[in-house]
Design a protein around this ligand. Structure first.
Ligand SMILES: *Cc1c(COP(=O)(O)O)cnc(C)c1O
Length: 422
């Protein structure tokens, strides 16, 4: 075993775990006498929150609660400064050129719907949208809806049985009809880190804009939207250790300027007459109505927390843990692990020859191990691999090797238990 890992802020993994109240609480299971430890291996569904995030959101409601942008009183100005201050933090976090390129939404799903509804409004039957077969439903269904409305066509970069994009098909799939490319950065089923740099550079050589679904990548690697040169980047606070109900859409200024509003209402207007209105400047043009100010304040605290840990040390630790998990899991008999062996993130979908993923998840839950089971919001990819359901364990920097050892032990026990029962 290597010496104990120390993060950039000088803390060990054990100390990091103490920052997360939920990792200190015990789980009480139905018909179990003693509460047990939580082994949280479902960060790909939502990440746990450090105390600082919880406190920032609570502090907003205790001390700073007021509506933003329109109040002339002190509290309203405090709340506005907090909200707009978080926007500055997000801008720095993903290295956007302008603060007004950061739009707060509810989640990744809403960010993508915004682009589909607004940017996609001018699409017609002659336009094509190029997606991939491994998209999450939230980067698929909005485009299907758009296709129904405008007649635009959807095309897909295929996936290999190993859960990787067949990028050799890219040249023939990109045509002069392609109006947008939409691709997931890190797959929530396979853990594949897609080569979005190659996709963006090929698309841009034909003047085609690219939207990146960064829901799984933003929590695990530093994102620089200027270096990536992507046109849109969508992600969720709740997968990045922040509160639920906050999403982010980054868009290049020149595209956002041209796009019509997504929703109409308060805050997004400049002047309103009964028969028509003019729009506010970016980013407020896309932020109609009262936003989740407390959630945005909490997300600002999540960014501060991540910055303190630093992505360099997060990535190094998570890569080590991912490799350890991949090796340990692939040693288990009767288990199939999906996704590539290299160039991957700590998301492990698996099936067991002898038992259904739901039985597996329920068995593991008896020992406090939280994994996910189901179609993972990516039914087309599952269908392509001819499986209807998988179990999935996903990692974060607060997980440990001993948790992975415990998972492996209990997966083996699940196989034995169900075999003996038959
Ligand atoms: C979770 C996830 C989404 C959707 O995020 P929401 O916060 O539920 O909107 C989209 N894409 C990927 C890859 C995801 O993992």
């Amino acid at each position: 075993m290597v010496a104990e890992w120390i993060f950039a802020n000088g803390k060990s993994v054990g100390e990091i775990r103490e920052d997360f109240p939920i990792l200190q609480t015990k789980l009480t299971l139905v018909d179990h006498d003693d509460p047990i430890d939580l082994v949280y291996l479902d960060t790909a569904a939502t990440a746990q929150k450090p105390l600082k995030v919880i406190q920032a959101e609570a502090r907003y409601y205790r001390e700073q609660n007021a509506n933003i942008h329109r109040a002339l009183h002190t509290l309203g100005e405090t709340a506005t400064a907090l909200y707009e201050g978080s926007r500055d933090k997000v801008q720095a976090f993903i290295n956007a050129e302008h603060r007004h390129e950061i739009i707060f939404t509810r989640n990744t799903t809403e960010s993508i719907n915004l682009v589909a509804s607004s940017f996609g409004r001018s699409f017609g039957p002659e336009d094509e949208i190029l997606l991939t077969e491994m998209e999450h439903h939230s980067n698929l269904v909005p485009w299907q809806l758009l296709s129904e409305q405008t007649g635009c066509k959807l095309k897909f970069i295929p996936i290999s049985p190993g859960g990787e994009l067949e990028l050799e098909k890219l040249d023939e799939l990109l045509t002069n009809k392609t109006a947008l490319v939409g691709v997931v950065h890190i797959s929530n089923i396979f853990g594949t880190v897609n080569d979005i740099e190659q996709i963006i550079s090929k698309a841009h050589s034909m003047d085609i804009p690219v939207l990146i679904d960064g829901a799984q990548s933003s929590p695990h690697m530093a994102i620089d939207v200027q270096q990536l040169d992507c046109d849109f980047f969508a992600f969720s606070s709740h997968k990045l250790y922040g509160p639920m109900g906050i999403g982010i859409l980054y868009g290049k200024e020149k595209l956002l300027e041209k796009m019509p509003p997504y929703m109409g209402g308060g805050d997004m207007i400049r002047s309103v007459k009964l028969t028509g209105s003019t729009w506010n400047d970016l980013p407020w043009k896309f932020e109609a109505g009262t936003p989740n100010v407390g959630g945005v304040a909490g997300f600002g605290a999540a960014i501060d927390y991540i910055k303190e840990l630093s992505f360099d040390s997060i990535c190094e630790y998570e890569n080590m843990l991912t490799e350890y998990a991949r090796k340990s899991l692939s040693g288990i008999k009767n288990i199939k692990i999906y996704g590539p062996s290299g160039h991957r993130a700590g998301v492990f979908s698996f099936t067991h020859n002898d038992l259904h993923p739901h039985d597996m998840a329920q068995f593991l839950d008896r020992y406090g191990i939280a994994v996910r089971a189901g179609h993972h919001c990516a039914q087309p990819a599952m269908r392509k691999l001819k499986v209807s359901s998988m179990a999935r364990a996903s990692l974060a920097f607060y997980n440990t090797r001993s948790e992975i050892d415990f998972l492996v032990e209990k997966i083996i026990a699940a196989g034995e238990y169900f075999n003996n029962g038959i």
